[in-house]
Design a protein around this ligand. Sequence first.
Ligand code: GDP
Length: 306
Amino acid sequence: MFGLLKKHLSGSVKKVAEKVLEKEITEDDINGFFAELEIELLQDNVAVEVIDFLKEQMKEDLVGKKLKRTSANEEIKRIFRETLMNILDKEPVDIEGTIKEKRERSEVTCIIFLGFNGSGKTTTIAKIANMLKKDGFSPVLAAADTFRAASIEQLEHHANKLGVDIIKHQYGADPAAVVFDAVKFAKSKHKDVVLVDTAGRMHTDKNLMDELSKIVRVNNPDLKILVIDSLTGNDVVIQAENYDKAVGGIDGMILTKTEINEKGGSLLSAAYSTGKPILFLGTGQEYEDIERFNAEKLVNELLESS
Ligand code: GDP
């Protein structure tokens, strides 16, 4: 996972540290350090804004200072670590806690999942349903992607395999009504959480964004989670921002296909542009292939060999 990003970030710490001479560091020195580093990070799908943020942090911490050669590596690594933690280490929403709390009040938690087609949304919903079921919760799936051919059958396939209920309407039906019915069903059957699959056309598609806004307006979900394919390139920033805007602010993100992603910069880009927590990483195609996101663990790994 993220082999190239690890190599480039760790390599950068070393390279920058080697360039630090025992004299006062200037802004120009830092721009110089970054010239080579910038290209590598861009190739790893790290957004320009993230690189600029790293550069600014470094300027704030280093301009006008002298570093001893013996401690340069440690100091540069510290700045990298703090900057990455600043971007990635956000308070996650407590999904299980939210469900429990609402359950005590005999209420149903509604979680909607958003994201571009093919991002892994349906698979991720199935993984979360599996996880919640194992934790003693009773999920109901809502097939609110009434647009894409086969999407309802795909969700139904997972529901059958997992042994959980699914609420669906015909293709072309109003997705907001599907969610409404699913919540009503869950209440009447004493289920505690509804997981909503939504349509995922282009995030630039105004109809889709209006449709998502309507689902949220009508159903007032407890949590809105954006599923992003971690292999997405530069587009990740605009994708995350558009979905975030359409639903009045997402609560968190899940990045999928991380086990086949050598670059990993999309994680930093998405987290930086939305300021929202990454909740889980998708690590394969099986139901068990989902990991709770741990910023400290990832940052340690990214800088491991520096
Ligand atoms: P949706 O269109 O967003 O609902 O996407 P799907 O759930 O249909 O997933 C699209 C493809 O990505 C499928 O082939 C999934 O098996 C695959 N996929 C989803 N999550 C992961 C993951 O974490 N790792 C890998 N390798 N594949 C994944």
